[in-house]
Ligand binder design. Sequence first.
Ligand SMILES: *[C@@H]1O[C@H](CO)[C@@H](O)[C@H](O)[C@H]1NC(C)=O
Ligand SMILES: *[C@@H]1O[C@H](CO)[C@@H](O)[C@H](O)[C@H]1NC(C)=O
Ligand SMILES: *[C@@H]1O[C@H](CO)[C@@H](O)[C@H](O)[C@H]1NC(C)=O
Ligand SMILES: *[C@@H]1O[C@H](CO)[C@@H](O)[C@H](O)[C@H]1NC(C)=O
Ligand SMILES: *[C@@H]1O[C@H](CO)[C@@H](O)[C@H](O)[C@H]1NC(C)=O
Ligand SMILES: *[C@@H]1O[C@H](CO)[C@@H](O)[C@H](O)[C@H]1NC(C)=O
Length: 424
Amino acid sequence: MEAACRVTVVVLGTLAVLIHLVQAQDQQGFISLDCGLPAEELSSPYDEPSTGLRFSSDAAYIQSGQTGSIQPNRESQYLKPYRRLRYFPNGSRNCYNLNVEKGSKYLVRAFFVYENYDGLNIKPKFDLYLGPNLWSTIDFQEPEEDVRRVEMLHIPTSNSLQICLVKNGTTTPLISTLEIRPVKTTIYETVSGSLNLYLRTFFNKSDTYIRYPSDRYDRVWTSYSSYFRNEWIQIFTTLQVEVNNLENYYDPPNAALTSAATPTNSNLPLMINWTSSNVDNQYYFYTHFAEIQELQTNDTREFSIVWNGEVLRRQFIPPKFSAFSLYRSSPSTCEGGKCSLQLIRTNTSTLPPLINALEVYTVIHFSQSETNENDVVSVQNIKTSYRISKNSWQGDPCVPQQLMWEGLNCRITDKSTPPRITYL
Ligand SMILES: *[C@@H]1O[C@H](CO)[C@@H](O)[C@H](O)[C@H]1NC(C)=O
Ligand SMILES: *[C@@H]1O[C@H](CO)[C@@H](O)[C@H](O)[C@H]1NC(C)=O
Ligand SMILES: *[C@@H]1O[C@H](CO)[C@@H](O)[C@H](O)[C@H]1NC(C)=O
Ligand SMILES: *[C@@H]1O[C@H](CO)[C@@H](O)[C@H](O)[C@H]1NC(C)=O
Ligand SMILES: *[C@@H]1O[C@H](CO)[C@@H](O)[C@H](O)[C@H]1NC(C)=O
Ligand SMILES: *[C@@H]1O[C@H](CO)[C@@H](O)[C@H](O)[C@H]1NC(C)=O
């Protein structure tokens, strides 16, 4: 199921069923950048019609790169923000600078759509950095798909968020959108580190997705569709599932709760398992349950929730038409990279277990400190006053060391000490 965290094209497509949008809800604090969109008044900003999200040009947030568009015959597969892109033939590191609030929590997401925009049919591979730290490698070579998504829940350590595309090899980095959403700090808490999205799904067999405005945080939920196991059946309700956001801070969207998977053989557990090649991954997961069938008075649905053999709940009864979110408050690794979530019917239960939605994240530690804030301000001032437009003068001035700004000297000690600029 490593592959289950991949996005299918439909994630960006016009095929979403859930369009019950009229006036846009509150998008306060959202940053939605359509990379490569011209900054002219008439084109930016615009409201994407199916989501209501207000997208703007990225031009004010980056000084480099060129703009392109995916092949015209592929455009109909994508919503407008995903058709254009910015690519970076020059410079080994190109960075976006976004204003955020230090100490607040954000969902930070980027989409990358290749679709042969350059007519060369060379699938790119490059790195994505958050400030001085590697976040992810964007590799279009494997598997054969033209869309990549990365997403994390992160608390910035300063008021600016630097997202950098870094060349590693000969291919040209590109980016289609940047999407930043503020999230309550009291949810998705970790012992340490940020959360990198591995999987966010709801158990529906159809090929679709849910996002804003159904999800107030614009989390993108993809249906389990082709991963839906033969030994499961899908149940569905047309009734509302209540989400009391005073009790359930995770606030999963109603649409992600109205369907569920349950085992066909009601005596067998419902098992969700995957194997990761990275055996050191530390996981956090969030399961969302709701009873969505009208039960007879003599019926009960009760099961235990078991993660990697550890019983998290012994006799769980999903609340009727109301969401309950269950998670483990500390991270765990999976032995040999094999992870399993099992829902096991109790002896007294007359009905098999069910699950409505599931999120899985891995912990990511950004251990390299950013360069001393005062030093950065001074060197930025020099850059502005002398109108220095060296391509290498982007991102953190000192780190990572191989990308240090040309003409600078830095004192870099250990990762937890902010580097100092010693010479200019
Ligand atoms: C790349 O950089 C070179 C030298 O800095 C400059 O002459 C050229 O115009 C740049 N090309 C692009 C596509 O920005
Ligand atoms: C860059 O590419 C090389 C060769 O593929 C790889 O060994 C290295 O880990 C990559 N570096 C990063 C930061 O991804
Ligand atoms: C889930 O599947 C049902 C059909 O079984 C469909 O009617 C419904 O629209 C789907 N729900 C979502 C949220 O896509
Ligand atoms: C899931 O578990 C079953 C039964 O133990 C096993 O046969 C299967 O290979 C596992 N799948 C993955 C992806 O690990
Ligand atoms: C519950 O009652 C219905 C009829 O009232 C009956 O058909 C069904 O078999 C009963 N279920 C159980 C588990 O006893
Ligand atoms: C269920 O029943 C079996 C045998 O009847 C018993 O061994 C087991 O302990 C029971 N499990 C629970 C959770 O009560």
